[in-house]
Unconditional design. Structure first.
Length: 367
């Protein structure tokens, strides 16, 4: 079942991405020769008008092949014969569609969730350190160490990625922004055992205050938390509330993905931390146990990740093509399509090699 869900998700995300390229190309008057979902041998194909449509064996990508994209063409409707601004629109359209899909999925998540959390404090734990160092009930957390807080997930991220739990905050109090320096959040932890036979979320975990309390043989895990307060929830799920929270949630996910990419480039993550199709299938199996909302969250992260990743300035990616177009706009002279095509071909080969390495690592993690 996990594989089937993964195939459906990949198919939809790739189709949406390639449709973005296809639609803007058609609107720009560019001839589209082939439109494919998947890579490798064709399973199904048909031709309508000037375009061949196909579904291919491996659901790890797709393409929208336009006339004159990687080779010279005298056709006035060829990609390279269109103005630079039109070509830029075609190149970025795929990523934009993925980001828009992430927003749509976020709206669905918001609609199916029971409660929409805010960033406003409604209650503190007993002897809460954050209350003792400046926070008050009804404070809305706006910034933590200069990072804009869009949703409560941003608060969770900051609290889980700090060594001392001390932050400089900006809160909205009585309609005014107030700066709070050196706010300390309670550093608490507990141990727990996950029960596979738990009938519901409440029965799934057994908690222990210390290691010594546990005498069983199952894996004892550590959970750390700096939350010493509770946030309020929206009183009504009106359309403006749903749209607003969904948009902020999309921004939160996009920023977390961008931070992860920066961490990857700076060496804080390695190849072993990357996941490909096999790893995503495993992740789908894990989040399904937590319900439909968690599955939607994963789908939103994947499609936003796909959109952001494709805009990176790397050969074979949309961002790499965008770089060539910007260079052309600056020098007012196009780079020969054959040379650009060779650069993208080499980039594609390297990306496929990376995909193979990541897939091998994903398979190893299964054993």
């Amino acid at each position: 079942m996990n594989i089937i869900i993964a195939l459906i998700v990949f198919g939809i995300l790739v189709a949406i991405h390639e449709f973005g390229h296809f639609a803007v190309a058609k609107l720009s008057g560019i001839r589209v020769n082939k439109f494919a979902i998947g890579m490798g041998p064709r399973i199904v194909k048909f031709t309508k008008g000037e375009t061949e449509y196909s579904l291919r064996l491996f659901p790890v990508g797709g393409f929208c092949a336009m006339e004159g994209e990687d080779e010279h063409s005298d056709d006035p409707r060829a990609f390279h014969n269109k103005p630079v601004i039109n070509r830029i629109g075609v190149v970025v359209a795929g990523a934009v569609m993925n980001l828009l899909l992430g927003f749509v999925v976020a709206i669905i998540m918001t609609c199916v969730t029971d409660k929409i959390p805010t960033n406003t404090i409604v209650k503190f734990e007993k002897n809460a350190m954050s209350e003792q160092t400046g926070l008050q009930i009804d404070d809305e957390i706006v910034k933590m160490d200069n990072m804009r807080i869009f949703t409560n997930q941003d608060i969770a991220y900051k609290l889980s990625n700090t060594a001392d739990g001390v932050f400089d905050l900006v809160v909205k109090r009585d309609g005014k922004k107030v700066n709070l320096d050196d706010v300390k959040f309670y550093d608490s932890y507990y141990y727990y055992v996950e029960k596979n036979n738990g009938e519901n979320e409440k029965d799934k975990y057994v908690k222990f205050e210390t290691k010594e309390e546990y005498t069983g043989t199952e894996e004892l895990k550590l959970a750390e938390s700096r939350y010493d307060f509770f946030v309020n929830v929206e009183k009504e799920k009106t359309i403006p509330v749903i749209i607003g929270y969904s948009f902020r949630n999309t921004l939160t996910l996009a920023r977390l993905i961008w931070i992860s990419l920066i961490d990857l480039v700076t060496g804080q993550y390695g190849l072993n931390d990357l996941s490909g199709p096999v790893g995503i299938v495993t992740a789908i199996g894990e989040v399904r146990a937590y319900g439909f909302e968690s599955l939607l969250q994963l789908v939103a992260m994947i499609t936003i990740n796909l959109g952001i990743f494709n805009l990176l300035p790397l050969p074979a990616l949309d961002g790499g093509r965008l770089v060539f177009l910007i260079i052309e706009a600056i020098r007012k002279k196009p780079i020969p399509p054959e040379k650009e095509g060779m650069v993208h071909f080499i980039g594609l080969a390297l990306l496929m090699l990376l995909m193979i390495v990541v897939t091998i690592n994903d398979v190893k993690k299964l054993f």
